[in-house]
Write a new protein. Structure first.
Length: 325
């Protein structure tokens, strides 16, 4: 049967895309996950992957042509009718919009998020003294180009914690929450002066600390050079935002649909901490959780933050390869 490959939605900023390069030709066999085209969006060039196995029968979209989201760009011959192009249903918060600036589209998407999602917010200050000491000792035994970034250590702790609280990891679609086993960790990145992008590190629950560090640096580099893949922009299951390097004490994020939670880290700074009968200066960070009240409640959120604190207070397990217990 014929299968219609459509221009995918790659984020809130996109109502059309421009095909810059085809990686396939009519007659080629295409495997699921194979890069089939490079598409220019308002933010960057993105490598589009196939969601199906099949044979290419026609390339409908022309190089250099601006094509609306959802329009057919290619035809495949496939074996059955299963599958689809991912998250097109979420473009129903945006397809009526005329071309507008990225800032306007982001504003529209976040306004709908605040209107439609009943957010609740929690904040907790975590003592990072043990974590910082452990990270220093870990990096002393590594060459400079392999040393673990602070952001990655925090990200690793979040991933391990989500394994214990899977109700924070997934998508809320059609009034139903779908828990997702894989943890695709979206990382907020500033994109010049126009806005942000949130590419996801796919299958981050399978990565060791070293592998996560490599993946983090890789996705930053590819985001800057416009070489992200469509799955990385559409399949995130949780988002982490970190404004500590901007000097911000705390950040309460707005949930990015269809996700159900976003975790925020403020700046790491020294503050007095009570250890028994002694007050000592320690590195601390304010961690926030914004979550969807239709899926979880404050008790679940509080338990998650407490578990995250435990992992950062006793960080030895963060370096164990693929140990999410």
């Amino acid at each position: 049967m014929n299968y219609q490959v459509t221009m995918p939605s790659l984020g809130a900023d996109m109502d059309h895309g421009k095909i810059m390069e085809w990686k396939i030709n009519p007659g080629d066999h295409v495997s699921k996950g194979q890069t089939i085209a490079v598409v220019e969006t308002t933010k960057s060039n993105v490598e589009i992957e196939s969601f199906r196995d099949g044979h290419v029968t026609e390339l409908v979209g022309k190089i250099g042509e601006e094509i609306p989201v959802g329009a057919v760009i290619a035809l495949f011959e496939v074996q059955d009718e299963k599958g689809g192009m991912g998250f097109e249903e979420f473009k129903k918060e945006e397809t009526s919009l005329k071309k507008s600036s990225l800032r306007e589209v982001i504003s529209h998407r976040m306004s709908l998020s605040k209107k439609d999602i009943p957010h609740y917010y929690l904040k907790h200050q975590i003592n990072l003294g043990p974590f910082m000491n452990w990270l220093d000792k870990t990096n002393m035994n590594l060459p400079p180009d392999e040393r673990i970034m602070i952001q990655v250590g925090l990200l690793r702790a979040v991933v391990i914690s989500l394994n214990q609280f899977p109700e924070l990891n997934g998508h809320f679609v059609n009034d139903k929450f779908s828990q997702i086993k894989s943890i695709h960790t979206g990382v907020v990145m500033a994109f010049k002066e126009e806005g942000v992008i949130v590419p996801a590190i796919l299958e981050s629950q399978l990565m060791s600390l070293k592998e996560l560090n490599t993946a983090f640096l890789d996705i930053i580099a590819r985001a800057r050079s416009g070489r992200l893949k469509n799955r990385e922009l559409t399949e995130g299951t949780i988002t982490i935002t970190n404004l500590g390097d901007q000097g911000i004490d705390e950040v309460f994020g707005i949930i990015f649909p269809p996700q159900v939670a976003i975790i925020g880290f403020g700046k790491i700074h020294k503050a007095p901490v009570i250890n028994g009968d002694v007050i000592t200066p320690e590195f601390v960070v304010n961690v926030t959780l914004s979550a969807d009240h239709r899926v979880t409640d404050g008790m679940t959120g509080a338990r998650f933050l407490a578990f995250l604190e435990e992992k950062l207070m006793f960080p030895q397990s963060l370096g164990v390869a693929r140990d999410l217990k």
